[in-house]
Design a protein around this ligand. Structure first.
Ligand SMILES: Nc1ncnc2c1ncn2[C@@H]1O[C@H](COP(=O)(O)OP(=O)(O)OP(=O)(O)O)[C@@H](O)[C@H]1O
Ligand code: SF4
Ligand SMILES: [Mg+2]
Length: 336
C-alpha cells in the first residue's frame, strides 16, 4: 500500500480587492473565495485530476498547495509536515521536491535564455554539479522528455508548443521533483500533441515514481491521465471518485453537464439515468454573488425539475461531500 504524500485539509484561499475607484476612501473590499474549503489526499505514485470551468479556482489550489500563495486557512500536509506553517527558509528545502508545470507555456521559460542555459540554471539551483556532470544530467533529461539535443541551442520562441512543454517538464524533473502540479499541461496544443504530452507524463510517472495533481478544464484529458478525479465548481469540490466512475457514472448534475457538453455519444448513455439537461440555460457564474446554499443551484437542471426545493438554497443545508459508494463522494441533495 503506497503512502499518502499530500493531504489537503479544508484549504481556503480568498483574494481581497478594493472595489471601485473610491473604494480606498470608502474602505469597501470585495472578496473572491477562489478556494473555499477543499479537502483531498494524494498517494505516492498516483495522479489526482482536478477539473472544472475557467475561473473555478484550479490554478489557485495548485499554487496554494505549493505555497506560491499563502493560504487563508486550512492545512497542506506534505510528507507528514504541515507546510502552511513553514517559514520561507524552511520551505526552500522542500522546493526541489514539489514543483509546478505552469499553465502559461511562455511565461514559464525565460525568452532570453537558450534551452541549454534554462536547464543548466535549473539543475544548479538545487545541485552542485561539475560541468561534465551537468552535461550528463542534461542528456539524461532530454532523453526522458524525448527532446532532440539540437534544441539546446534554441531560444524558447524557436520551439513548437509541444517542444516548449517538454522543456518545461525537463526543468521540473531537473530539480528532482517527486510531487508535480501539472497546470493545464496540454492547453494550447494540437490534439495529437496533447496525447503525446499525456503519454510522456504517464511514462515518467511509471519510470520515476512521480505523483501528480493534474489540472485541466478538459474532462477527457483528465480521465486519460488520472487515477482519481475531483470536479470543482466555484471554489469547491462537488464530486470526487475513481476516474472511470466519474466519467461513466457521474452523480453530480454539474459533472454530468461537463461530460454531456464534451461527448454527445457518452452523454446519451448517461442521460438515461439523468434528468433532461438544458445546458444552454446556464446562468451566472460569479464568485462575487455566489448563490446561498448550493452554488450550482442557479444553473442546476435538477433543482429546476424538482421545483426549486429550499434544501438546495438554504445556507444551513449547503450540500457537503458525502460518500455514496466505494469512495465516490458527491455534494448534492439529489445525486443522479
Ligand atoms: N492573484 C489574484 N488576485 C485576485 N484574484 C485572483 C488571483 N488569482 C486568481 N484570482 C481569481 O480567483 C478565481 C480563480 O482563478 P484561477 O486562476 O484559480 O482559476 P482556474 O480554474 O485556474 O481558471 P483557468 O481554467 O482559466 O485557468 C478567479 O475568479 C480569478 O479571477
Ligand atoms: S444540491 Fe440541489 S442545486 Fe445543488 S447540484 Fe444538487 S440538485 Fe442541484
Ligand atoms: Mg488556471
Amino acid at each position: 500500500m503506497s503512502k499518502t504524500i499530500l493531504e489537503v485539509v479544508d484549504l481556503k484561499k480568498h483574494f481581497t480587492h478594493q472595489r471601485g475607484i473610491f473604494s480606498a476612501l470608502q474602505e469597501k473590499m470585495r472578496s473572491i473565495p477562489a478556494v473555499d474549503g477543499v479537502s483531498f489526499y494524494l498517494k505516492e505514485n498516483e495522479t489526482v485530476g482536478l477539473v472544472g470551468e475557467s475561473g473555478c479556482g484550479k490554478t489557485t489550489i495548485g499554487r496554494t498547495i505549493l505555497r506560491l500563495e499563502r493560504p487563508t486557512s486550512g492545512k497542506v500536509i506534505f510528507d507528514g509536515r504541515d507546510i502552511t506553517l513553514l517559514s520561507t527558509d524552511e520551505l526552500r528545502g522542500l522546493r526541489g521536491r514539489m514543483q509546478m508545470i505552469f499553465q502559461d507555456l511562455d511565461a514559464a521559460l525565460n525568452p532570453k535564455m537558450r534551452i541549454r542555459d534554462i536547464l543548466t540554471e535549473a539543475i544548479g539551483v538545487h545541485h552542485r554539479l561539475t560541468d561534465a556532470e551537468t552535461e550528463k544530467r542534461i542528456a539524461e533529461l532530454l532523453d526522458q522528455v524525448n527532446l532532440k539535443k539540437s534544441k539546446l541551442t534554441n531560444f524558447p520562441h524557436e520551439l513548437s508548443g509541444g517542444e516548449k512543454r517538454r522543456v518545461g517538464v525537463a526543468r521540473v524533473l531537473s530539480v528532482g521533483a517527486q510531487f508535480i502540479v501539472a497546470d493545464e499541461p496540454t492547453s494550447a496544443l494540437d490534439v495529437s500533441i496533447q496525447a503525446q504530452v499525456v503519454n510522456l507524463l504517464r511514462d515518467l510517472q511509471k519510470r520515476l515514481g512521480l505523483t501528480f495533481l493534474f489540472i485541466s478544464h478538459d474532462l477527457r484529458v483528465v480521465e486519460l491521465m488520472s487515477h482519481k478525479v475531483a470536479v470543482m465548481y466555484l471554489g469547491k469540490i462537488v464530486e470526487m471518485g475513481m476516474s472511470d466512475k466519474i466519467a461513466r457514472a457521474p452523480h453530480h448534475p454539474y459533472t454530468h453537464i461537463l461530460w454531456s457538453s464534451l461527448t454527445e455519444k457518452q452523454s446519451r448513455e448517461v442521460a438515461k439515468r439523468a434528468v433532461s439537461v438544458q445546458a444552454g440555460r446556464w446562468g451566472v457564474f460569479d464568485f462575487e454573488r455566489p448563490a446561498a446554499g448550493c452554488r450550482f443551484a442557479p444553473r442546476c437542471p435538477v433543482y429546476e425539475s424538482k421545483g426549486r426545493p429550499a434544501v438546495c438554497t438554504e445556507p444551513a443545508t449547503e450540500p457537503q461531500l458525502v460518500e455514496l459508494d466505494g469512495g465516490h463522494r458527491v455534494a448534492c441533495h439529489f445525486p443522479l
